[in-house]
Design a protein around this ligand. Sequence first.
Ligand code: FDA
Length: 580
Amino acid sequence: MVVETDVLVVGTGPAGAAAALALATYGVEHIVVTKYRWTANTPRAHITNQRTVEIFRDLGIEDEVIAQGTPNELMGDTVFCTSLVGEEIGRVRTWGTHPSRHAEYTLASPSRHCDLPQTLLEPIVVGAAASRGSRIRFDTEYLGFVQDDDGVTASVRDRITGAEYTIRAKYLIGADGARSTVAADAGLPFTGEMDVAGSMNIVFDADLSGLVAHRPSILYWVLQPGSDIGGIGMGVVRAVKPWTQWLAIWGYDIAAPPPEMNDEAATKIVHDLLGDDSVPVTIRGYSLWGNNKCYATSYRSGRVFCAGDAVHRHPPSNGLGSNTSIQDSYNLAWKLALVLRGAAGESLLDSYEAERTPIGEQIVLRANKSIEEFGPIFEALGLTSTDDPDLMERHMAARFDDTTEAAAQREALRKALELKNYEFNAHGVEMNHRYRSGAVVPDGTEEPAFDRDPELHHHPTTWPGARLPHCWLGRDGHRVSTHDLAGKGRFALFTGISGQRWAVAAEQVATDLGIELVAHVIGPGREHTDLYDDWARVREVAEDGCVLVRPDTHVAWRAHDLADDPAAALTDVLRRVLHR
Ligand code: FDA
């Protein structure tokens, strides 16, 4: 049996589900196969950053994501302690909840961070995709592919009946996670190592409201000297469903045989992390996973593209995995839609890898560096100079003293905790993506320099390739984001009243090129007003200039002022972006 489709997606994790939702939204015929009977069965990813929520806003599921997630204001008091009932070592305000950072985050996007476990996220995305036309086949395992000039022939197995069949697609997206067979079959080149450390997840029910009410947070980091035999024991207690369902993360030696897990051993680890073995705990499950430091240097082989953990594999630090996976698919889907519709040349697809591989590399290195940056905390607490747990305890307690050494130790700890902003408040890492590829047309200006730390701070710009800056505009007195006027699978053009010839030209050019391009003239008496004059502040072009935005809300090109022949200028630029 051969089934035909335009795109075959393998996987319904964040990458595959987002690909399915975007393709369904853009009206692309596709099939999704996924190995298991349903979506993720463990609540791994949870931090859902502004850029991702913004994408969900564009794809029409932001409200549901926010409704099911833990809100931003409850995410933020990240605690470092010796156990949940034990001594508090320090606290960092995270995910933009510090008042001094809050404004930056609020100004950056119409959307806010939220915390949504993968077990809740995937059904929302997969459900929306299916309701819009995705044909999703659960219990169906990808086995392999061959490709030719016209398409990809993949073999799959129905895991219920054991029957194997063939799916013929014009393109294949491998979103099959960190052990991706599609990436291996495609021969994608990788740099780095897999399984550099081992961790176990224990999901448990316990009412911990009394222990966390005074410092509600999604993450509690627990340092227990000596508890992991000859080293610094560090674990995480993470809220899954505040404040009654939790995930404990604990390390194990990946070089040794995998630890034997049972409810009793899991309960002991949980009780140790809580510091109170009288708390009633119900273990829901446990699983082992490896920390990786590995990324693909190419995301494509012919008609096969890989996205998500299939091409970037790293620890959960910074909460970037699922977010980046979703953003990969969002980048790829509109390009596939336009190529399949005949509105763009096939070489537009080259821009996927050109744009996303630098981000994959960046996040793998960032997440691993964030792990290393626990080192200064351990050093400040005197945990690295000895293996003796009693001595470690004494070193930690030394900082209570009124001595010069203790004052230095306190200062070192303060600095070490400040460094964790690069993990928990790395707004720039999340939002400063600036693409360089054949799907962006330079405007002849230099890339704007970052005037603050580019990892910590977002720098909005309309420089071609950057994400469209958000600001609130007015419509009938109501606020709408610049992002609400872009996206939706269409190109968008922003200009002012003295640039309305751009808008007239845009209509003509859209018809000529057979693409969707919606033009917005911002100004008094127009459908959209510059409510707070913020657009005038962020647009970086004159009122009669224009900013042309791609369907993924990244800037394709901008003109600083009105061109002599706006239609000719737009046609030229769009032909270049679309590779026609
Ligand atoms: P993912 O692994 O999720 O999905 C792969 C899919 O492919 C599955 O649907 C599977 O069934 C399918 N599949 C595999 N092989 C197949 C085959 N042969 N045939 C058919 N289907 C196949 N990230 C983040 O952004 N924020 C966070 O807070 C965290 N936190 C976090 C905590 C912990 C403890 C872990 C372990 C991980 C995180 N992450 C995270 C990372 C996040 O979980 C990870 O990056 C994403 O799940 C990756 O999504 P993918 O869709 O790429 O793969």
